[in-house]
Design a protein around this ligand. Sequence first.
Ligand code: ADP
Ligand code: ZN
Length: 519
Amino acid sequence: MSSPAHELLKRVFGHDAFRGNQQAIVEHVTAGNDALVLMPTGGGKSLCYQVPALLREGCGIVVSPLIALMQDQVEALRQLGVRAEFLNSTLDAETAGRVERDLLAGQLDLLYVAPERLLTGRFLSLLERSHIALFAIDEAHCVSQWGHDFRPEYRQLTVLHERWPQIPRIALTATADPPTQREIAERLDLAQAEHFISSFDRPNIRYTVVQKDNARRQLLDFLRGHRGEAGIVYCMSRRKVEETADMLRGEGLDALPYHAGLPAEVRAANQRRFLREDGIVMCATIAFGMGIDKPDVRFVAHTDLPKSMEGYYQETGRAGRDGEPAEAWLCYGLGDVVLLKQMIEQGEAGAERKHLERAKLDHLLGYCESMQCRRQVLLAGFGETYPQPCGNCDNCLTPPAAWDATVAAQKALSCVYRSGQRFGVGHLIDILRGSDSERIRQLGHDKLSTFGIGKDLDSRNWRGVFRQLVAASLLEVDPEAHGGLRLTDASRDVLKGRRQVMMRREPAATRGERDRSST
Ligand code: ADP
Ligand code: ZN
């Protein structure tokens, strides 16, 4: 334990040992080799290039797309006595000039630079005249055009390899999905480089998914178990962020809003309070979180479906970075599914992209509806096999009851068919349960053969049936009809009795009054 790397780790960073793959990566890069590093958020990616940059001669050039993160990292490094600087659009010309002179004079250990800055002819020629230890490409998934963080400039970073083939490059990302990994290796010319893939498991996070029933009550019940703890509550829209923050404050919680529509000062102030004070609940859109390094976030709650499984993994990954127990809680309902499916269908994206988005949503829905260990499903999506049920997710701790829902599914599907494949769930349930309503009579739906054939289930259970049918693509949302459902190719097998449908039993309603309107 007394290699130069260990000595430096202890002396500069104050850590006693490397974690996971860190040591292997550090040795590999220090020796002058290229690397692609896949490590979950909180895994300790920074040290993988910081230590080699300090061990090798010259300055380590770190490409980073996140200006705020850059500043934080540089500040933290300076406090450790490392000669670190950054170059981005926030610097005035004078300061930038000084940083450039320091680089040329060999006075820097690490220089963080935004990609668009790095690619300027001026900066590249500056690099020609400098001594470079390595190139680190942080947030390497920004090179992928399918990700939500796509940065076109990342595509041009191959120039580094072309102009400085002898200088080691290390690309890092917390993106776990294999197609993106392949794309990174290809686009950054790292197919030949060694790939260091860490497990993406976050064992201290407990995953729970609940079916939306009375969203507000459910959130409050969840938060009651986390009084005084810091956490993030993600909401789909800005409006909902503000409503939720107001509602929580009304309940005596220390809640703050965060979304891109707030003035910059308010955002900065709220973020600062979240980082510095104890027990703040941040209600936020996904605009909040990237680059937030707060180790003791005890929970991440999603009050709406996230955009994708990777998104969910990233967002929940902000919990428990200190390794202490933390909770990831997701509350979702049929309304979310319908909304997201509609958003995809009505979106501007081309056919290929829509296909990919549908597949991503299906993966996420598969996770939500799964009766298997959540961790196994989550990691399987990232190409990782988790050997046995984890014992730290809702499905492991309280195994869900399954029931044979084939007949119920047949009733639901034929009700969709008989009523013309254009009605939403509320109306379909009214038909199935034989409701005596004006609308039913007006439409003549009390004459349908499916009228009243579903009295054996209450509307709450019917909602569960419809939700699971949509999630399993046995029903789909018609983009033309507002939330209307129609059959899919797969529905036929169920209707003809060729396919059995097993479903998750809906859990008993939560405490408090039930609110049928919140789906
Ligand atoms: P990432 O960039 O992968 O999300 P960071 O590099 O920010 O992760 O590291 C996450 C946290 O773990 C930081 O607080 C860092 O100081 C800490 N850390 C990283 N490596 C070690 C180590 N070997 N020993 C102790 N703490 C570490
Ligand atoms: Zn489990």
